[in-house]
Write a protein that binds this ligand. Structure first.
Ligand SMILES: Nc1ncnc2c1ncn2[C@@H]1O[C@H](COP(=O)(O)OP(=O)(O)OP(=O)(O)O)[C@@H](O)[C@H]1O
Ligand SMILES: [Mg+2]
Length: 773
């Protein structure tokens, strides 16, 4: 799924209502006395090592009063005394009592010594004390107050540690939302397995309410509710990070709104709120958005939908806000059968099947194989634009369309209603990001397996029973085990710092950079770790570090770093940096400027790399639109960019519809944009005149060169597997052998291909007949 970390909506306005504020304050005092107080377990470096020592400058007035009164200081002697001072156990103890640990003690000493030795003029009191020490008039310990004063200048946090701790006290998040606390909210938990009508029942209440908000985990689900609501004549707006779609033509807000969960307003009153897929509270990156919606939405009735595993934790969270929970339980509406045999080969694929893969390589491999059998498939994966996903889902769902097989990642896993008869797990291993933000390969969880399997046999489709199996026989037992279990109860839910908290930190520590401020915040934070954890903020810090050198006001910098971009895509990251630079120069990011940066107008993708590049351009346009809602003045062309994005969506749809051709072209280096652009750039750098491309020579060279540069890149970017590359090579060998001398098209199927495709298509038709009966 697309990642959507920090979003702009966290800038909730503070309440101006003194009554609410009073309630919040008294409630805080009351609760903090009886609430169990736990410290968040820190895993990072100690606080002091997060603090960057600041340089301390000497005074600049003309008169050196100290020297006039007591004479010049002997620097060598001074060094001796300072070393003695540093080594004294009594001084170390006194420093510890003043909150100075070994690291700060040493750093302060280095800075203090430099200051004393290098300064042309020392403060008068210090000069006189040093002079007295060297003449024996006073003890070296007399330096202590000057040393402590210096420590606070080098490490300003020593002066305001208590204030900082208060700001990062996250023990009672319920009190951050006075509007919600001022209401007596009725909270209903719709619990049950997938396909049991949880969302359906919550939405019925949403449609019948005077005003409502739906909070979904994905843009696609938010769009589904937006369309459903408007179809039922309940005017509803759509709000995502990048989009505001008004139901009213005059662009005024409707009383109903469907949004991605990060975007929900905690300041707008509603009669009904629906928070879908509530088990996402536990998500290491996005969990905070569900916690915030649950505690903060100002609705009289809050309907949460999700797994039973979240009931206890939801109950505990809302109890901290003195609210109660009503639980409504549902049963699955259709039967879900785990088959006794695995698929083994794609030749056994049948209409209504959805092959679920956890990476793009497998998606491309499977699509290629299935289409070689003459079977059309729809493809859905996370980084495709929503329009492309919808178009693919539509063609698969349409009973009159010949496309009856879907190849997808778990992007289809949450809440979507697709006409799937059988879900086939291509594998059960998925890359995940652990609590430390590291990538791991792990077997999917019971919750994920149930969610994905639950897409089969949706109520109301032509499949009254859902089937599920694996591709490989060795995975089948594991799948059976996963599906026989219940998701583990959730214990902890996500939280993260707000913009206001970080702004207060910056006020106290004006020299710290944003990434550093976040680290200090996390280090000093206190929370009830039996219930909460701080969400993974590595993406935020990555962006903060990337634009650290760009001069931006703190609030703008914070907003930039909240942008939901995939930091693993270099093109998106470099455009992010360009956007920040342009913004910092106060120069508008116009449509023309943007077009020049991203190579508009676009052309139809010819290779896999072209397609992947266009997907990243789509993400850049998403980034523009996301920023345009936060900085309207400098991002003035949102509507033109939206049109550009629609055009791009169409091109990507065309590319996805011809994935097989793109794959084949990838190895023959036929490219319309990326590959040629790469070539031009490389020729430019090596000062070579631009070579023209000859498809046939590339094909021929494929046989002599084991891996071309492009092949290496496709392999390293995970777009081709070595196996797929081998298959492609074999295919080319057949093709060259089969092709008559005049032929040069890369798209001509070989006779062996044609025979194989005919045979496979026949098989597919037979299985489709069998399946219908
Ligand atoms: N009582 C009902 N009458 C008509 N259609 C229903 C009813 N209950 C559910 N449906 C339909 O069944 C399908 C599945 O329901 P729904 O999406 O609410 O399931 P869910 O429990 O939320 O599943 P998931 O956990 O996958 O989100 C939807 O298309 C929904 O419109
Ligand atoms: Mg649902």
């Amino acid at each position: 799924t697309r990642k959507l970390p920090f979003n702009g909506s966290i800038f909730g306005k503070r309440s101006n209502n003194p009554g609410l504020l009073k309630y919040a304050i008294t409630n805080t005092i009351f609760q903090s006395t009886c609430h169990k107080i736990l410290r968040y377990k820190k895993t990072g470096p100690p606080l002091s090592q997060l603090m960057v020592p600041l340089p301390v400058k000497s005074q600049s007035d003309d008169l050196n009063v100290g020297a006039e009164l007591t004479g010049k200081l002997d620097k060598e002697e001074l060094m001796k005394w300072l070393a003695k001072f540093y080594q004294r156990r009594e001084i170390k103890c006194a420093a510890t009592e003043n909150g100075i640990d070994n690291y700060i003690y040493h750093q302060t000493y280095l800075s203090f010594r430099r200051f004393c030795l290098d300064a042309e003029k020392l403060p008068v009191d210090l000069h006189i004390t040093l002079s007295d020490i060297s003449t024996g008039a006073c003890h070296v310990d007399a330096l202590l107050p000057y040393f402590l004063r210096h420590a606070k200048q080098v490490f300003p946090h020593l002066e305001c540690l208590d204030d900082l701790k208060k700001i990062s006290d996250l023990r009672l998040p319920a009190n951050w939302y006075p509007e919600a606390r001022a209401l007596t909210r009725k909270i209903i938990f719709h619990s049950g397995p997938t396909n049991s009508g949880k969302t359906f029942h919550a939405l019925e209440r949403f449609f019948s309410s005077k005003s409502g908000v739906y909070c979904g985990p994905l843009k696609l689900l938010a769009s589904e509710v937006f369309y459903k609501s408007n179809e039922r004549d309940v005017p509803c707006d759509l709000v995502t990070g990048e989009e505001r779609n008004f139901a009213n033509i005059n662009k005024t807000a409707s009383s109903h709104v469907s949004c991605t969960v990060e975007m929900v307003s905690v300041n707008t009153p509603y009669e009904v709120a629906v928070i879908d897929e509530i088990q996402m509270l536990k998500d290491p990156s996005r969990g905070w958005a569900w916690t915030r919606a649950l505690l903060g939405v100002a609705a009289e009735e809050v309907h949460v939908c999700g797994e039973a595993a979240a009931i206890d934790v939801v109950k505990e969270i809302i109890t901290s806000a003195s609210e109660e929970l009503e639980v409504r339980r549902y049963k699955r509406l259709t039967e879900l059968v785990i088959e006794d045999t695995s698929l083994e080969t794609l030749e056994n694929i049948r209409p209504g099947d959805c092959l679920v893969c956890f990476n793009k390589q497998d998606i491309f491999w499977a699509t290629r194989q299935i289409e070689a059998m003459g079977v059309e498939c729809a493809v859905i994966y996370g980084s495709l634009p929503p329009g492309t996903k919808l178009a693919q889902a539509k063609k698969f769902n349409d009973p009159n369309h010949p496309c009856k097989v879907l190849v997808a990642t778990d992007a289809i896993g949450m809440g979507l209603n697709l006409n799937i008869g059988r879900v086939i797990f291509n594998s059960l291993i998925k890359p995940t990001v652990n609590e430390k933000g590291e990538k791991e390969m792990d077997t999917i969880s019971t919750s994920q397996a149930l969610q994905i399997a639950g897409r089969a046999g949706r109520y109301g489709t032509q499949f009254s029973t859902g089937y599920v199996t694996t591709f490989k026989s060795e995975d089948l037992q594991t799948l059976k085990k996963l599906l026989s279990q219940h998701p583990e109860p959730i214990n902890q839910v996500g939280l993260h710092p707000t913009a206001e908290q970080i702004e207060l930190y910056a006020y106290h520590l004006p020299h710290a950079n944003l990434s550093n401020l976040i680290d200090i915040f996390v280090n000093l934070s206190t929370l009830d770790d039996s219930l909460y954890f701080i969400c993974n903020i590595n993406d935020f810090k990555f962006l903060a570090d990337m634009i650290q050198h760009v001069p931006l006001p703190l609030r703008a910098r914070y907003v930039f770093c909240c942008a939901p971009i995939n930091r693993k895509i270099p093109f998106v990251c470099s455009m992010f940096l360009k956007f920040a630079r342009q913004y910092s120069r106060n120069e508008a990011l116009t449509f023309d400027w943007l077009g020049r940066q991203i190579g508009w107008p676009f052309v139809c993708p010819n290779t896999l790399l072209d397609l992947v590049h266009l997907e990243s351009v789509f993400d850049v346009l998403d980034l523009y639109l996301w920023l345009s809602y936060r900085f309207q003045d400098l991002f003035p062309d949102a509507s033109l960019v939206r049109d550009m994005q629609k055009e791009l969506d169409c091109l990507i749809q065309m590319g996805v519809a011809q994935l097989t051709r793109l794959l084949v072209n990838s190895e023959t280096r036929v490219s319309s944009c990326t590959t040629q652009a790469m070539e031009v750039e490389e020729n430019r750098l090596s000062n070579n005149p631009k070579k023209t491309y000859n498809v046939r020579s590339s094909v021929a060279s494929l046989n002599s060169i084991p891996h071309g540069r492009l092949a290496d890149r496709l392999l390293s970017e995970g777009l081709l597997t070595p196996k797929l590359l081998e298959d492609l090579k074999k295919e080319w060998q057949y093709e060259i052998a089969d092709r008559s001398p005049g032929q040069s098209s890369t798209l001509t199927p070989t006779s062996s291909d044609v025979k194989r495709s005919r045979r496979d298509a026949l098989k597919f038709k037979r299985s489709s007949r069998k399946y219908k009966t």
